[in-house]
Design a protein around this ligand. Structure first.
Ligand code: F6R
Length: 607
């Protein structure tokens, strides 16, 4: 969604802001802008569309000199994606410029009040009330004006602010929307995402809700919501710039698919010690495990599908009933949870609005909460009782790949760790740990076994719709496989539990609907094979995903994708890989903008 950057120091701000905004492009946006301060003059440049347009408009930043500034990529919520609605917004007296991520829920009331007071609005955005409130409350002290303004706002916001009375200073305010300060030498930064900071500094400070910061080239001062100055620790970002760049691949998505063996290894390997799964993060929680009567997994999109895939191992190994709920549903479900419920929240970004709301709702009702998160210091990570990181590294492509597989890997580890703690594993434990430790290698094999995928994409890319079918763990993977196909190739894809076809959907099957049949779970293989025969007899072409030595599939499949043989309880993390590649190459055949699919955002911070 929207992105924010801010810079102050001795260098020219505009090129640094433009560079930072480019790093945030992956979040999804439809307009962009920068405000640069030179002496007491603020110049604002905004464009509809891509950052490239902003670079052209400002001659790569050279036409707007000045050592201090703020920038923004906007993903339209309130008001169309126009230049007027793009940020930064200026106060009527031209003294303040503001960029904002999030949503001001009470903006209509504030707007009416400000209109009555004679303020002129230039945009349809909720954000513009902020800059007029700053003008209203400014009596010569920016910090006071910020505090008074923040007190009037309801909703979520990360703000970047400059004031022409304070050359060389940038202000950052955080409430329920991520904001990170970058600590440089003689220069300082802020951004909504560390990706925009790492090429300048790896030393960062995570702001918490209700905090704001005043940055100059030489100092960073941080205040709480009462205006009292506080001290916060600086964290060192360990991954480097390379990790956030394409490294020779045509798209971030392909790079991230190929990174999965390493990412899953980073998620698993450090947590297996002396034949046991050890989560140091769970120390305080594990003693409460025997009192847990129900586990609810909640998340959105692919993270929800990761929950669907991981629930089998959790339920079967721990013997505790597991429900998987969409966070956008759970938050309004009046959930029946209490101190005997464990809520597992899954989120790559840790900033998904519905996931945060579901977490808060269940926590307030007494559930124990555990988060599986990739982005360190994110809101979900902070809110949950304990957090397990997936260590996938930065994921830039909007469509998640390594984010999803590392979430499942962590669920497998949790299943074994919990089951061990509940004394339910016995001699099977060693074999399971061997399986888990081999997963990174198996993922690499799944990549290497399928060199025909680009050719298969040429065969299938002109179809307008696909069915993905499977049962049990295969069905869980079908859900994610079909999401990958539709979000990046814009082709309709529907995942169906194979056994459900006869209950209606089989009416849609004909020679124009290829069926991607997942057949990797021996326990249920015969049943899926009969479903494949049913769709074939209605004319569908079948592209089957299965083990290389599965002879039974040969008579019924037109084409094949392969995975190495793995215990079905832990195979989802492998099965998805050929399907990610298939979606990628189909989207490429169709000329789609793979890393930034239309209308999608990397981090969905609004409901
Ligand atoms: C799909 C995708 C989304 C996210 C969903 C949740 O490829 O990336 O469906 O999985 O928006 O995001 P996080 O995991 O950041 O909460």
């Amino acid at each position: 969604m929207c992105g924010i950057v801010g810079f102050t120091g001795m260098q020219e701000a505009a090129p640094i802001l433009l560079d930072g905004l480019k790093k945030l492009e992956y979040r999804g946006y439809d307009s962009a802008g920068i405000a640069v301060m030179s002496g007491k003059t603020i110049s604002v440049n905004k464009v509809r569309g891509r950052i490239a347009n902003l670079c052209e408009k400002t001659k790569d930043g050279t036409s707007v000199p000045g050592p201090t500034g703020i920038g923004h990529t906007r993903w339209a919520t309130h008001g169309a994606p126009t230049e007027e609605n793009a940020h930064p917004h200026l106060s009527n007296d031209g003294r303040f410029a503001v960029v904002h991520n999030g949503i001001i829920e009470n903006y209509l009331t504030l707007r009416e009040e400000l209109l009555r007071d004679g303020y002129q609005f230039q945009s349809e955005t909720d954000t513009e009330v902020i800059v007029h409130l700053l003008e209203l409350y400014y009596k010569g002290n920016v910090r006071d004006a910020l505090l008074k303004t923040a007190n009037r706002l309801r909703g979520s916001y990360a703000l970047g602010v400059i004031c022409s009375d304070e050359p060389g200073k940038i202000y950052a305010v955080r409430e329920a929307s991520p904001l990170i300060l970058g600590v440089g030498i003689g220069e300082n930064y802020f951004a909504s995402d560390v990706t925009a900071l790492v090429s300048h500094t790896r030393n960062v400070i995570y702001l918490d809700d209700g905090e704001f910061a005043e940055l100059s080239g030489m100092s960073i001062r941080i205040f709480d919501c009462s205006g009292t100055e506080i001290r916060k620790k600086t964290t060192r970002i360990l991954w480097d710039v390379q990790a956030a760049e394409k490294g020779g691949y045509e798209h971030f998505m392909l790079k991230e698919i190929m990174e999965q063996p390493g990412a899953v290894r980073a998620a698993i390997a450090p947590r297996i010690k002396n034949g046991k799964v050890i989560f140091e993060e769970l120390g305080a929680f594990l003693p409460a495990l025997p009192d847990i009567r129900k586990i609810i997994i909640t998340a959105c999109g692919s993270a929800y599908y990761a929950g669907c895939a991981g629930r089998y191992a959790l339920e079967q190994l721990c013997g505790i009933p597991v429900e998987v709920e969409l966070a956008s549903e759970l938050r309004y479900l009046n959930p029946l949870v209490d101190g005997h419920t464990l809520l597992i929240v899954i989120s790559q970004s840790g900033e998904t609005a519905d996931t945060i709301a579901a977490l808060k709702e269940c926590k307030s009702r007494g559930a124990k909460t555990l988060a599986i998160v990739n982005v360190v210091g994110s809101t979900v990570a902070k809110l949950a009782d304990c957090t397990v990181y997936t260590w996938a590294g930065p994921e830039i492509a909007v469509a998640t790949t390594k984010g999803y597989t590392t979430q499942i890997a962590v669920l497998y580890l949790l299943a074994i760790c919990f089951a061990d703690h509940l004394n339910r594993l016995g001699k099977d434990e060693a074999a399971m740990l061997d399986t888990l430790q081999a997963l990174p290698r198996r993922i690499q094999q799944a990549i290497d076994m399928n060199p025909a995928i680009p050719e298969l994409a040429k065969k299938y890319h002109e179809n307008h719709a696909f069915f993905f079918i499977g049962r049990n763990t295969d069905y869980a993977v079908a859900l994610e496989g079909s999401l990958k196909m539709k979000e990046i190739s814009y082709l309709h894809a529907e995942a169906y539990a194979a056994g459900e076809l006869k209950h209606g959907t089989i009416a849609l099957i004909d020679e124009h609907q290829p069926v991607i049949a997942l057949c990797c779970n021996p326990f249920i293989m015969e049943k899926t094979l009969s479903n494949i025969v049913e769709v074939k007899s209605r004319g569908a072409e079948v592209l089957a995903l299965t083990f290389r030595d599965n002879q039974k599939i040969l008579p019924v499949a037109d084409d094949l994708l392969f995975i190495p043989k793995v215990d079905a309880l832990f195979s989802a993390v492998i099965e998805i890989v050929p399907l990610q590649l298939l979606a990628y190459y189909v989207a490429k055949e169709n000329g789609c903008d793979i890393d930034k699919p239309k209308n999608l955002a990397k981090s969905v911070t609004v409901e």
